[in-house]
Design a protein around this ligand. Structure first.
Ligand code: F6R
Length: 253
């Protein structure tokens, strides 16, 4: 199901409130977390609310969706650095409960197996936050990725590398491959919230509605999840049929 909000500010409020409720219900929650531009206002709002409410977030565990192969956790463009900047440092996390794939792992396949196993040892993801790529990818599961995949190494598509070049310096090369949680790892989460904002996501969101579940548009798999929500701003919803846009306006928005 969709929830359509007026703008990214109201989305940040909604997602942050949702996270806070889940943490209040269960301080030891296992979260699946994403990086990227979509998440930045959400994490900023969440950090602000945690501080205002003096919420104890010290017991939660997090697993990131993905990391670039070849970037160390200290590399400024690694997802580890992104998480420290936007979430872990502001919340005072020391990283001991915050897992990311290791972009420098020697034996990548083994490392991937260990990463999926570690999630399972923690009882699996209880609440998974997702963004979506312009080609429908979730995590870095590019079009065509089998639905039963677990954590694996992926060659990034040209579109994803172009989309993500905005995060790198002008002449820097975007890594060609990444480690990502698999489609099945994501679908095993008890609850999923996917956020898409901005005009650049409107076309793929419209494709989600037009198509049945297909590996060509990875996030269509969410249609099969019993507790998945897709949260949109007006721009990302702008190519949806009018009746759907009316039906899914978020209450209070
Ligand atoms: C990031 C991730 C990706 C992004 C997606 C959207 O950890 O897994 O799937 O969520 O590429 O990125 P933005 O938000 O930058 O448009």
């Amino acid at each position: 199901m969709f929830l359509i909000f007026p703008d990214t500010v109201s989305i940040a409020d909604y997602v942050s409130d949702t996270l806070i409720n889940r943490i209040k219900n269960k301080p030891q929650i296992v979260l699946g977390v994403a990086t990227g531009g979509t998440m930045e206002p959400i994490y900023a709002r969440f950090v602000e609310q945690v501080r205002q409410q003096q919420l104890d977030v010290s017991q939660l565990t997090s697993f990131n969706l993905d990391e670039y192969v070849g970037l160390s956790a200290d590399h400024p463009k690694s997802y580890a650095a992104y998480m420290r900047q936007h979430l872990f440092d502001p919340l005072g996390f020391d990283g001991s409960r915050n897992y990311l794939p290791d972009g420098l792992a020697q034996r990548l396949d083994e490392h991937c197996l260990e990463y999926s196993a570690k999630m399972q040892q923690h009882g699996g993801i209880e609440f998974q936050l997702l963004g979506v790529g312009g080609n429908g990818h979730i995590g870095f599961n590019e079009p065509g990725t089998p639905f039963d995949s677990r954590c694996h190494v992926v060659q990034l598509s040209e579109q994803t590398r172009i989309d993500n070049s905005r995060f790198f310096a002008e002449n820097a090369i975007v890594p060609a491959s990444a480690i990502t949680m698999g489609m099945q790892d994501i679908m095993d989460a008890q609850e999923i919230l996917l956020v898409a904002t901005g005009q650049s996501k409107a076309a793929i969101v419209a494709e989600y509605v037009k198509n049945d579940i297909t590996a060509d548009i990875p996030f269509t798999v969410l249609k099969r999840h019993p507790k998945a929500k897709i949260v949109l701003d007006q721009a990302a919803a702008s190519l949806l049929p009018e009746d759907l846009r009316q039906r899914y306006q978020a209450i209070n928005s």
